[in-house]
Design a protein around this ligand. Structure first.
Ligand SMILES: Cc1cc2nc3c(=O)[nH]c(=O)nc-3n(C[C@H](O)[C@H](O)[C@H](O)COP(=O)(O)OP(=O)(O)OC[C@H]3O[C@@H](n4cnc5c(N)ncnc54)[C@H](O)[C@@H]3O)c2cc1C
Length: 462
């Protein structure tokens, strides 16, 4: 099944500066490896693009030959749509350049860049734009779905900071999308995922951040989970935008600041970052230490780019992952009970429940200002089912699904498109919410044949 005709392969290779990897190539297995080890797909060819010309060429060949197309940025997406079986994967992961104009406070970012690449370049000038919390995530997929992290309450979602994008459309042409130029396309790519074309450059607004921020973890024993989560809920209702605090329930990793007896036991972790004045941050975070009797903490000033890598050791590639996610406008009492119930039955030491705090600037943008619609969401909960061996698949997937169902009555109904698993096609409409119809019309204009459909797919309007 893994074959393209020799003519198509020749046509592909003839117009590419970067390599075309075929199944008999010694680097094929490495080239088809992505973050989630549950994904085992075999593309017929992987076009490792070196620049925009390669992307345009690959799209034209795929279109003319009627190939199935997948698009790979950083390769982190849980659903695994970066790869396809028996089609052409257009792989952008080698295009990692980031150029910063510090005077204009702009970053020009290629589509294979990771969050770490972006932070590295921008922090050299004391600048940053809001992105996610794991430095190996790709800027491309994260941005196209929305993008949030420690700076989001202060500066909004990643898409709120997108100024311009270069897009290779389904006909193999190249357009520039801004608020003035192709405004519909620009509206659609800010939350509409990879449905509308292949973005070959992102231009972001930058803000003064750090380089030193106050950040860290305060850890509580599981026995105190109910009271500390209730206090967390009350506390975050009144904190300023400079401060962001997430709650994580999991088995404690062997962190050196935790007593040995706690390692491997369930804990509640409050992870935070304050991007403003460090002394002010110290004052503001003091109540986190008073939620109960902490079992340990690791708190202090640190480089912003180091904090951006703080969770990397828990989120390394190569593990098996199954995620479920809900949006919440509030943390109801019943939800807190449900979280604690399921966090007390974690099926593997790597499974965890993440409660991310949004609000602030993320919620001051109109729901129809761009494709990303979920502007009333205060908390995004992500059920990270994560484990090592296929033998654990059933137990870990079942736990994730059971918790997701139990939490459903408290959820706001929408879902963050970037956290959706492969089996959630029934939630696509909820992911785009009230903006779906407009997105379908824009899809009809820019990709009427649905060439880019390996994603959380928006069908072209009739
Ligand atoms: C460990 C981990 C931590 C995460 N943390 C956060 C977080 O803190 N905040 C957050 O908001 N999200 C987070 N995410 C979710 C993340 O935003 C998505 O997984 C995102 O899709 C990753 O982008 P990528 O480019 O790495 O993925 P890929 O799998 O390469 O791409 C995902 C999809 O995006 C599309 N795509 C990719 N590149 C392009 C392009 N250039 N043009 C058009 N379409 C394209 C394709 O449809 C592709 O299937 C996290 C994910 C992981 C695995």
């Amino acid at each position: 099944m893994n074959t393209l005709s020799p003519q198509v392969i020749e046509a592909l290779k003839a117009g590419m500066r970067g390599p075309v990897i075929l199944p008999d190539d010694p680097t094929y297995d490495e080239a088809r490896c992505i973050w989630n080890a549950m994904i085992d797909r075999h593309p017929a060819a992987i076009a490792q693009c070196s620049g925009v010309a390669d992307v345009m060429h690959a799209v034209r060949v795929a279109r003319e030959a009627g190939l199935l197309v997948s698009v790979r940025g950083g390769g982190h997406n849980i659903a695994g749509n970066a790869l396809c079986d028996d089609g052409l994967t257009i792989d952008l992961s080698g295009m990692r350049s980031v150029h910063v104009d510090p005077e204009a406070r702009r970053a020009y970012v290629s589509p294979g860049a990771t969050l770490g690449d972006l932070d590295h370049e921008t922090q050299a000038f004391g600048l940053a734009t809001p992105v996610g919390i794991n430095s190996t995530t790709g800027v491309a997929g994260l941005t196209l779905g929305g993008g949030f992290g420690w700076l989001t309450r202060k500066y909004g979602l990643t898409v709120d900071n997108l100024i311009e994008a270069e897009v290779v459309t389904a006909d193999g042409g190249r357009v520039r999308a801004t608020a003035e130029d192709h405004p519909d396309l620009f509206w659609a790519i800010r939350g509409g995922g990879g449905n509308f074309g292949i973005v070959t450059q992102f231009v972001f607004a930058l803000h003064a951040v750090g380089p030193t921020v106050l950040c860290g973890l305060v850890v509580y024993p599981f026995a105190q989970a109910k009271s500390v989560l209730e206090r967390y809920r009350d506390y975050v209702a009144a904190i300023p935008d400079d401060l962001c605090v997430w709650a994580v329930l999991r088995k404690a990793p062997p962190l050196p600041f935790l007593p040995d007896a706690v390692h491997g036991r369930e804990v509640v972790i409050f992870a935070f970052m304050h991007g403003g004045d460090v002394a002010e941050g110290e004052r503001l975070i003091e109540p986190i230490r008073q939620f109960g009797d902490p079992v340990g903490e690791h708190v202090g000033p640190a480089p912003y780019s180091a904090w951006q890598q703080g969770f990397d050791p828990l989120l390394t590639p190569g593990a098996r992952n199954y995620w479920k996610s809900h949006n919440f406008a509030a943390l109801d009492d019943g939800l807190i009970d449900t979280v604690i119930d399921h966090a007390g039955r974690l099926p593997s030491p790597q499974c965890e429940i993440f409660i991310a705090l949004l609000g602030g600037q993320a919620n001051r943008v109109a729901a129809d200002a761009m494709a990303y619609a979920h502007r009333d969401v205060q908390f995004v909960m992500n059920v990270h089912g994560r484990w090592d061996t296929p033998a654990q698949d059933d137990a870990c997937v079942a736990w994730s699904r059971a918790f997701f169902e139990a939490a459903r009555p408290y959820a706001s109904g929408g879902v963050y498109v970037n956290f959706m698993s492969a089996d959630e096609t029934d939630r696509v409409a909820a992911a785009y919410g009230p903006n779906y119809e407009r997105l379908a019309r824009i899809k009809q204009r820019y990709d009427p044949g649905n060439l880019f459909h390996l994603n959380q797919n928006i069908r072209p309007a009739a």
